[in-house]
Design a protein around this ligand. Sequence first.
Ligand code: SAM
Ligand code: SF4
Ligand code: SF4
Length: 336
Amino acid sequence: MSYITDKLGRPLRDLRISVIDRCNFRCTYCMPREIFGRDFAFLPKDQLLSFEEIERLAVIFVGLGVKKIRLTGGEPLLRRDISTLIEKLTAIDGLEDIALTTNGMMLGNMAKKLKDAGLKRVNVSLDALDDTVFKTINDSNTGPARILNSIDKAKEAGLGVKVNMVVKKGMNVQEIIPMAAYFKEKEIPLRFIEFMDVGQTNGWNYQKVITKGEILQLLNQHYRLEPIDPSYRGEVARRYRYADENAEIGFITSVSESFCASCTRARIAADGKLYTCLFASEGFDLRQLLRSDISEEALKSSIEARWNNRTDRYSDERTEASAAKKKKIEMSYIGG
Ligand code: SAM
Ligand code: SF4
Ligand code: SF4
């Protein structure tokens, strides 16, 4: 097994694979309906990586040092037979962890099958407990009750569960305390995610960002919170525990406290393009290579070379001007 590093000495440890670019929600900050409407050209099936192609890549990435794979999308549970892919990934020697990020809409019915296939953990995205607020955000007429039921089903099936809440000014700030109270009671870790300037369509600007500092200030008025030391190098969430309770929260601070120095993550989009940063403009076409007669060794070398040349540190260098200027790919395509 070779362990590779990039130009800033960062190893390759995590791989996020987007298995589909479609979604059954139209979250206003991710896939606004005006852009992702009826006429939007999603990828045709033959342009998505097949499960066999994903498996081939996963084996190579694990050979280069990857320990953890997260499946995402679009909505990954819309990909037909996703549990078959999980079974294939589970069988890879050296892969320590398989997780999945979902909007939870279809998770209730699928949780047991996913767990049986070898999935260990799910992150469920839920931005509000209030029915009207949540429906306004997802723009798809699904209320929070369905997602909360899925979360319970996932726990019952034995999956580890965390909840992701994107916080955005004017959208759901009033939901921070109700969400914290609900998931503290359930002892499910809740992660607050700063609204990020991914893609070109979500109307991001600094004024819409609610930072970790602001959220913490609000929480401190209600709870006693203590910071938790990171449990491993490259841990993205800044974690806190409620004093004297068996519950914790976390923050994904990609705007207010960037973490590029410890970023060990590569991403493969649904069409097989490799990205070494969430904010990249250009990907490297692995699908074309997979569908050529390239040997596994040559494929491995070309991926290794991409990582070796990596210099990305977008969040460290972000300014309002650079955020507005840079052309970036959409979150629903690269998978977050
Ligand atoms: N559809 C699945 C879901 O929503 O969990 C997986 C894909 S989604 C792109 C992955 C995560 O990215 C979700 O937690 C979502 O809330 C988050 N996300 C999307 N757009 C974002 C943005 N502009 N800033 C911060 N987080 C965002
Ligand atoms: Fe779909 Fe997830 Fe984006 Fe919402 S955040 S539109 S659920 S991909
Ligand atoms: Fe990693 Fe790019 Fe995010 Fe920095 S901006 S943490 S390099 S994905």
